[in-house]
Write a protein that binds this ligand. Structure first.
Ligand SMILES: [Zn+2]
Length: 719
């Protein structure tokens, strides 16, 4: 079976003609089987075994057996392995002059034997090193500690020692460990984990850098409209990229063919981690671990697809319920649904397990992995391509905070919300449930806006001139834009503007926010806002921006306020709720032509509110009446569509991912697909190639999709 797959992959790669990739990182591995492709190009099945084990107990890792390790991964059908060279505990699994080797590895060649065993079995080796998180280093080097605002070490009494990436000694130590690893082993890649700020650091090194590069003392009060605070945050982000670059280059200088990745689950984490879009460029590909629901997986993969410098990206999840559970396992049905969703989105899928302290590995877990991967293997050769993403949801990695935090001490974690992220997630939830082909993009994609029909700016709290200019030009040329709430009011250096920087596109002027935290939208257009009417307007558990419409704007809904301010404890209309009482002529949602484009602006981020999902999508349909995939199918099914021009086909995947598993099959249903002007000659079910009847209707092809248990993949071949 393994040989057959390798040959098939080889044929596919040979047909794709990838001869220009000779110098690509990772190209040294498995050349007999995968030509000159980097190792990760065909590695859709990957594995991580966490090994953050201390060595105070002689039993710990005493039973580690390299041969068993390799055998387990063979059982799992893994094509690559993240193998620990250095853990969060700070102990090394190799001989080191700079750090401390784990006691069970002293005088043994476990790592070398495991590396050799994996490579002999064509399992690519990615050596793991923990950055910033290093308990041994933290406990042995006071001057490397990340420090709280009061100067205390940030991890006293904690399992997780954390070292500052600005501490010169720490930087030399961790880069030195990477050099030792490079000198001693042959491998396909390095994974650097935890390349983020676990908290805001006030150590002497950070203070000096801030004084030298910005001037003055490091601010200790959060204030997103204070230039000094915002400058500090921008520096934290830049310092992290610089540190990542230092580590990436350390490896590349010694192993130019090795891939380097920094754990990539943090791009949607809040501002404290300091992870921004430029960090992506320090990776050959992105791979991160996620423990959330089907929606989280969907939107993360849409982001990684666009953000990863190379494809496929990797989507990881633990076989355990989460990393805090050592033996409690996810159900096989859940793992299978996640693996199916990943291959449908063109991503590699990675199982994370954790080694037993003694060094043993539960064989049953690897049999489960093997069964799950056996289901996705037949789809691998059909995965990926150009993602059809007609609607792009914009992620601003500098907007992952809340203005409501202004004035809080940096050590106050009581308001950790991020309205921009909540709006982004809400938008993706609505798009996914309504089968709208979507992607998540960042600033690096500004030059590629033309591949999208609609751009969503979900309450983007900070924007820079480049973003403003790029988006304005795209809309002027015919792009369709939906923007909500505070979008474009504040610059990335924290300067609040008198009016929206994109006000000419929105067609409104900003005059503040409502005092009431419960507001309503009275629809001028009842079709879009159905079932809401002027008499029974749409309730929002939120304030709205107060706006004034400019000339030539179509008002789709107006602001209605409750009878009294909900915070008035004395006077109210109805004791439990705040019914609508005061109609106004202030706009809440407007539409406007701008150049050849069209814009909708909403004074509250409608996309946040689950009960507004249908309204939100109907507003988008004003901008784009029909999307590439249309079908009356339950929301538990997600469609993804890839164009594979080299194979003259579109590949449509349908993943059934229900909250209660195992899935009930979704009955067969009609789906209509926009085939972009191609003359479709036949529609095939993948991977077996059975033909499915289809009919053509202009630029669209209608298919009766067979019942969907977990995954259906369909190829629409054109002449
Ligand atoms: Zn520091």
């Amino acid at each position: 079976m393994a040989d057959m797959i390798s040959r098939r992959q080889f044929m596919h790669i040979a047909a794709a003609g990838a001869g220009a990739m000779m110098a690509a990182p990772g190209a040294s591995f498995g050349q007999t089987k995968s030509g000159v492709q980097p190792w990760y190009k065909q590695a859709y099945r990957r594995n991580v075994i966490d090994m953050h084990i201390m060595d105070w107990n002689p039993e710990f890792l005493s039973r580690f057996d390299p041969d068993v390790y390799v055998e387990r991964l063979r059982t799992a059908k893994a094509q690559s392995a993240v193998l620990y060279a250095h853990s969060h505990a700070g102990l090394c699994y190799f001989p080191t002059k700079l750090g401390k080797t784990h006691a069970a590895y002293e005088g043994k060649d476990h790592l070398a034997r495991t590396v050799d065993g994996l490579r002999k079995n064509d399992i690519a080796v990615v050596l793991y090193m923990s950055l910033i998180h290093d308990t041994w280093a933290y406990r042995n080097h006071d001057e490397w500690k990340i420090r709280r605002a009061d100067g205390a070490g940030a991890a006293e009494g904690s399992r997780y020692g954390i070292c500052c990436p600005n501490a010169i000694g720490y930087r030399d130590y961790i880069a030195g460990l990477a050099e030792e690893v490079c000198a001693q082993y042959e491998f396909e890649g390095i994974r650097f984990d935890m390349t983020f700020w676990p908290r805001v650091c006030y150590c002497a090194h950070c203070a000096k850098r801030f004084a030298d590069e910005v001037g003055g003392e490091v601010p200790k009060t959060i204030n997103w409209e204070d230039p000094a605070w915002v400058a500090f945050q921008r520096k934290r982000e830049a310092w992290l990229v610089e540190f990542a670059k230092h580590m990436t280059q350390t490896v590349k200088n010694r192993k130019p063919n090795a891939t380097v990745e920094h754990q990539a689950s943090t791009f949607l984490a809040n501002w404290r981690l300091g992870v921004t879009e430029p960090l992506a460029a320090q990776n050959d590909f992105l791979q991160g671990d996620f423990y959330g629901d089907a929606l989280q997986g969907s939107l993360i993969r849409k982001l990684l697809h666009n953000l990863s410098p190379n494809l496929p990206y990797g989507f990881e999840t633990s076989v355990m319920l989460n990393l805090q559970n050592h033996t409690a396992l996810k159900s096989e049905a859940l793992l299978a649904a996640k693996a199916a969703a990943s291959i449908a989105d063109g991503g590699a899928f990675i199982f994370i397990d954790a080694i037993d302290p003694a060094g043993t590995i539960n064989p049953a877990t690897y049999e489960t992995m093997g069964r799950v991967f056996a289901q996705t293997i037949p789809y691998e050769e059909h995965a990926g391509g150009e993602l059809v993403q007609e609607v792009a949801v914009y992620l601003s990695t500098e907007s992952k905070f809340d203005f409501a935090q202004n004035g809080l001490s940096v050590e106050d974690y009581s308001r950790e919300g991020a309205p921009h992220l909540e709006a982004l997630i809400g938008a993706c939830r609505a798009l996914r449930a309504h089968h709208v082909p979507y992607g998540v993009i960042t600033k690096k994609d500004l030059a590629k806006l033309d591949r999208h029909k609609v751009l969503i700016l979900p309450n983007v709290l900070m924007m820079d001139d480049e973003e403003i200019a790029g988006i304005r030009a795209w809309v002027d040329g015919g792009g369709k834009l939906y923007a909500s709430r505070d979008t474009s009011l504040v610059t990335k250096d924290g300067k609040r503007q008198g009016d929206f920087m994109l006000g000419d596109l929105f067609g409104v002027t900003n005059t503040g926010t409502t005092a009431e935290r419960v507001t309503y939208i009275a629809p001028s257009n009842t079709e879009i806002f159905s079932p809401y009417t002027i008499a029974s307007p749409l309730m929002l558990p939120a304030t709205q921006r107060s706006i004034v419409a400019k000339e030539g704007v179509i008002v789709l809904g107006t602001l209605t306020l409750p009878y009294t301010n909900p915070d008035d404890g004395e006077k109210y209309a109805s004791i439990h709720s705040n019914p609508p009482g005061i109609a106004t002529d202030k706009p809440s949602v407007v539409a406007k032509r701008f150049g050849k484009g069209l814009v909708i602006y909403a004074a509250e981020a409608l996309e946040v509110h689950e009960h507004c999902a249908g309204i939100f999508v109907r507003l988008l349909r004003m901008l784009c009446p029909q999307f590439a995939i249309e079908g009356d199918i339950p929301a538990c099914v997600e469609f993804t569509l890839f164009h594979q021009p080299d194979r003259k086909r579109l590949v449509l995947s349908a993943v059934n991912f229900q909250k209660e598993l195992p899935n009930l099959p979704v009955r067969s249903a009609g789906v209509s697909v926009d085939v972009k002007g191609h003359a479709v000659k036949r529609v095939l079910e993948l991977p077996d190639g059975a033909e499915i009847p289809h009919s053509t209707d202009g630029e669209r092809v209608n298919i009766e999709l067979p019942a969907i248990e977990t995954l259906r993949m369909i190829a629409l071949e054109y002449a």
